[in-house]
Write a protein that binds this ligand. Structure first.
Ligand code: PHE
Length: 354
């Protein structure tokens, strides 16, 4: 028969082997149950002590206790080892390579049309023009009627104008088809501010304003978008003439395109709110577009009926207005041939303007 203390050593050894064979914490808990569990082998040994004499109990009890402690120590050691291994595996799996290059944060920039609008505002600002903003949902009055546009004018037709809810049949709401309603809105405010002076026959400070913004028409192809931009210009005073329009607009175009030999042509045209009216064409003398006439704006002397709707006496106040297309100016400046590129939001296109 085996020496009892050898049997205890064997048990410790068996426990150590069993723990060492446990590959996971769960396996280890199962192995633990075999030795230290309620009906485990160490527990059985403890129970066995009950039948021994007091003398035997002492020495055998001490030996069994040592065995139990040795097995518990082995268990804790293995627990530690498994926990460390688990942590190591996790660290390895989630490892960070701090030597990798960081993620680039790319700086945003202004849209090419916004760059053009800023440029327009800066140039006209330097010529003493105020900058005004107005609503994109307009009333029939400001968009058409106040601008001397008769009821049966084709621009009012459903084919050109987006009508929106909220108005009445007699006074419908619409998306402004041009920035010209800002002529009336701005002038009315200006006149209101100087009413007393005007009534007393004094000299009203001149109206000099540009109004850039979004405009809408039912139209869509490579050179027309249902949403597009316009910039209105208005200059009203007691002695403002077509000659001033020519000087101001020529100056503007040459500064905008940074080209002193740029040539302008004022081609007779028609707008209900100006008389006489002219389409403004420009011609580059150099570069890929050299020699071609390119239309950039509509313009004219403000019609007496419009001056009246501003609250001014057309016998006394006179001036000019123009409306240009910042989208088109942007296309010409950067050599873009499809207007839709501006509104597609394609980063490959837009990033070229940063
Ligand atoms: N509003 C006109 C258009 O959209 C342009 C224009 C503005 C013409 C001011 C004359 C004076 O075509």
């Amino acid at each position: 028969m085996m020496n009892p203390s050898d049997a205890l050593d064997e048990l410790v050894l068996a426990a150590k082997n069993s723990f060492a064979g446990a590959a996971t914490p769960a396996d280890l808990e199962n192995a633990k149950a075999i030795f230290l569990g309620k009906s485990g082998r160490v527990t059985d040994l403890m129970k066995g002590l009950a039948s021994l004499s007091v003398e035997e109990k002492k020495s055998r009890g001490a030996a069994v206790n040592l065995t139990k402690q040795a097995i518990e120590a082995a268990l804790n050691e293995r627990r530690q080892a498994l926990a460390t291994a688990e942590l190591q595996a996790q660290l390895k799996a989630e490892s960070l390579d701090v030597s990798l290059p960081g993620r680039q944060s790319s700086a945003g920039g202004l849209h090419p049309v916004s760059l053009t609008l800023e440029r327009i505002e800066a140039i006209f600002g330097s010529m003493g023009f105020d900058v005004a903003q107005g609503p994109e949902i307009e009333t029939d009055w400001f968009n058409f009627t106040a601008l001397n546009t008769p009821e049966d004018h084709p621009a009012r037709s459903m084919h050109d104008t987006f009508y929106v809810e909220g108005g009445t049949e007699a006074a419908p709401n619409l998306l402004r088809t041009h920035t010209s309603p800002m002529q009336i809105r701005y002038a009315v405010q200006h006149v209101k501010k100087h009413r007393a002076l005007i009534d007393a026959g004094g000299l009203m400070p001149e109206i000099r304003v540009i109004a850039p913004g979004r405009t809408y028409r039912v139209d869509s192809d490579a050179t027309h978008s249902p949403m597009f931009h316009q910039c209105e210009g208005l200059w009203i005073g007691e002695n403002v003439s077509f000659k001033d329009l020519k000087v101001v607009f020529t100056d503007f175009c040459r500064t905008f395109f940074e080209s002193n030999d740029l040539v302008l042509r004022f081609r007779p045209s028609f707008f209900p709110f100006t008389e006489p009216s002219a389409e403004i064409d420009i011609q580059f003398q150099a570069g890929p577009l050299a020699g071609r006439w390119l239309e950039v704006a509509g313009s004219g002397q403000v019609h007496p009926n419009v001056v009246r709707n501003m609250g001014l006496n057309p016998e006394k106040y006179i001036g000019f207005a123009f409306g240009m297309g910042p989208d088109r100016l942007t296309m010409l400046r950067y050599g873009v041939n499809d207007l839709r590129l501006f509104f597609d939001g394609d980063i490959r296109f837009l990033s070229q303007f940063q």
